[in-house]
Design a binder for this molecule. Sequence first.
Ligand SMILES: Cc1cc2nc3c(=O)[nH]c(=O)nc-3n(C[C@H](O)[C@H](O)[C@H](O)COP(=O)(O)OP(=O)(O)OC[C@H]3O[C@@H](n4cnc5c(N)ncnc54)[C@H](O)[C@@H]3O)c2cc1C
Length: 496
Amino acid sequence: MKTENTDVVVVGFGNAAQAAAVAAHQAGAKVLVLEKAPEKKKGGNTWFSHGAQFRHVHNGIEDEKPLLPHVSESEWAKIDLPPYTKDDFYSDIMRVTRGRSVPELAELLVNESYPTVRWMREMGIEWEILYSAAKPEGGRLRWHHGSSFINSKDGGGGLVEMWHRILRNKGIPARFETAASRILTNESGRVYGLVVETPEGFSEIHCKGLVLGCGGFSANPALRAQFLGAGWDLAKVRGTKYNTGDGIQMALDIGAQPFGHWSGSHATPIDADAGDYEGGFLDPANRRYRTHRYAWTIGVMVNSEGRRFIDEGEDFHSYTYAKTGAEILKQPGGIAYQIFDEKLKEAVSRYLYDGATPVVANSIKELAEMLEINPSALHKTVDEFNNAVVEDRPFDEVIRDGRHTEGIYPPKTNWAQKLDTPPFTAYAATCGLTFTYGGLKINTDCQVLNRSDRPIPGLYAAGELTAGFFYYNYPSGSGLLRGAVTGKIAGTNAAR
Ligand SMILES: Cc1cc2nc3c(=O)[nH]c(=O)nc-3n(C[C@H](O)[C@H](O)[C@H](O)COP(=O)(O)OP(=O)(O)OC[C@H]3O[C@@H](n4cnc5c(N)ncnc54)[C@H](O)[C@@H]3O)c2cc1C
């Protein structure tokens, strides 16, 4: 079999792998990047991250200025940005993961968040202000507490292109249509390379350090049904069709430890018309019409039987969206309808429902008929909801306003407003799987651990296939950050 040699091989071409490749090069290694997809489909789930927001710790505007050198002082003067401290980030992770996130890994993410976004800027990644998370008020901009403040320029597609340009400028080669298929170990269990598959056949690449950055198993229906459960094999996938769990499987084959929340995943409400794969956009080829449907927190969400099924106002969508897709999948037909009245029209417009086909009606009865929901069932739900709204304080979507319902189940804890002002608008949503939580156990040096909890010499992991960070749920903007943090550490250590 044809064999070649290098210092570090990085598998994958998303944000985690690209960060690892740049870090390994910076540490002095000769690096080779391998990607299963053809070049025109490069970038994995990273490419599909339309917002591409990066959550990170900061002390307010002064910390953000070095990340955004193009922003003028007059623009900064309009922005109200409360600090987001290490304690805030750590407690957000622990709260949404029900205390299951591994403390050392959560701390790693929190502590390395700001240094990593600064490092990315130094490497050439350009940032933008995430204006869609702000609400304009009296000429100023207020950020929802706990929402991310920055995204990479031109979203996930822009991030992949910027990393690719940086790799090219540093002379780091990337080979497409080259899938890692088997890891090679010697008698002492040290990783010394891998077998790759290309359209021409199989060959070996030997290396001193191997970084797996090749995603989870979101695009593998067999593994979805096996680990996430019945019905998940048919769920729509928001991202790439190439994340089929190869890296996880290859590492398990040489004794790596399976770890984390194997039956859990990040899955969100998306447009019911999204495709089975690449469902993050209605028109993925042209990166048009994002499918996320995250305004349900300010409206009412019912299933096809006209029943509400969750507390829509439990928390900001940044803290609930990743678990809400699974709740929709459990409903009949895996469908939900998000309903808003005229009072919410301007607010919904800020959630960027571009390309959606809403159903609009002048009465709840007419709306129900158009949605093919039993009209009396929907009427009953809306009447009960309206009667339960406690109107003791103003509606304010930027804070947890505590405007709630009383005497109904499920309750609505925040942002409860009567649905009483026609026309009524409904958007059909379904479950969109973003990525899976189960994968490989790593230590804080991003070494992959074996089933005796010892590092497998020469093997590192970064990004989606690293487990232990997220369980049940996830704070928005943490996936790309996890990829960059673990990629930078894995790449640096693989080069040593
Ligand atoms: C629609 C959408 C929106 C999102 N928005 C955000 C957001 O705003 N903020 C945020 O933090 N996160 C977001 N995420 C999540 C985020 O995109 C992922 O967590 C992150 O990009 C994962 O990065 P990664 O590098 O680990 O994996 P990926 O970017 O998926 O890269 C993995 C790569 O490995 C390749 N690969 C797979 N198998 C092999 C193999 N055998 N050999 C070689 N290569 C292989 C794949 O082709 C792929 O290119 C979003 C995801 C989606 C789908």
